[in-house]
Design a protein around this ligand. Structure first.
Ligand code: ASP
Ligand code: MG
Length: 271
């Protein structure tokens, strides 16, 4: 089994989502981990900030603007009437959830649920697109298997058992779609693996399944021999040890955080 993780820019528009769909449809069984569409988590943070400031109308305005954006994405992405309707229903459900949270007393629990919506939407949209294209796939809810303890550390045993039983439900699926970033805490509440946590999700899933490899797809073609924002004509490096990758990250490489690859490293799963 391979794990493929796509970040926010990779699913940042209807067109990008379609490219990911064609990329993952190659006949190999795989788990696909998705981030929220780029900009979404930042918008959700803004909505939370407004709610913390008790600016409910400001929050509702941001919610509406984001909902309109998603309805446009659905229309561009899903052409089949059944899938298009499923997409709009999903968007309505998720944004009704946001409106409901906005109507309650806002606290950290509300914030975590708000932040979870981006990954819930992106994964459903990908799933509906694969359905429309007749590609055998299943949606595996991260909230049903990704677990952290009271210190925010992953609980490998529960993650391993949880994801295995999720996959068993769909033995014939070729592509398993799941959310990065989101999880549940020991109280069963919605939580997350901190900003940028989708790489960590992919690494945890890869370790839990002892995957053949984990691929982190992003908007640069690999770890480079120097910082491409500063140095001209840098080159991607074909192969790096975990230590070398960690050293590059220590000296500022933004592409992959060493702690996010630790679970994979412990199980010797190449990233
Ligand atoms: N969507 C989350 C964030 O923007 C997680 C991730 O993309 O890795 O932080
Ligand atoms: Mg990232």
């Amino acid at each position: 089994m391979k794990i493929l993780k796509f970040g926010g820019t990779s699913v940042g528009s209807a067109e990008r989502i379609k490219s990911v769909a064609s990329l993952i449809n190659n006949g190999e069984k795989k788990v696909v981990v998705l981030s929220a569409m780029s900009g979404t988590t930042n918008s959700l943070v803004e909505i939370s900030d407004s709610l913390y400031k008790k600016d409910k109308s400001g929050a509702l305005e941001l919610i509406q603007r984001l909902e309109e954006k998603y309805n446009a994405v659905v229309d561009e992405l899903l052409k089949d009437t059944v899938q298009n309707a499923a997409g709009h229903t999903l968007v309505l459900d998720r944004f009704n959830t946001l409106r409901k949270i906005a109507g309650n007393n806002f606290d950290i629990l509300g914030e975590k649920e708000v932040l979870a919506q981006g990954e819930l939407i992106s994964t459903h949209l990908m799933y509906y697109l694969l359905q429309e294209q007749g590609i055998s796939s299943a949606l595996i809810p991260a909230l049903d298997y990704m677990r952290i303890d009271e210190n925010g550390e992953p609980v490998m045993g529960l993650i391993r058992e949880g994801i295995a039983s999720q996959l068993e439900k769909f033995p014939n699926a070729e592509i398993y779609i799941t959310q990065g970033f989101i999880c549940r805490n020991p109280k069963g509440e919605i939580d997350n693996l901190k900003r940028g946590g989708s790489d960590y999700s992919a690494s945890l899933i890869g370790a839990a399944l002892k995957a053949e490899e984990i691929q982190i797809w992003t908007d640069i073609d690999g770890m480079h021999n120097n910082d491409p924002r500063i140095v001209e004509n840098t080159k991607p490096i074909a192969q790096l040890s975990f230590d070398e990758a960690a050293e590059l990250a220590y000296f500022g490489a933004k592409i992959l955080h060493p702690t996010s690859v630790l679970p994979a490293r412990l199980e010797n799963v190449p990233v």
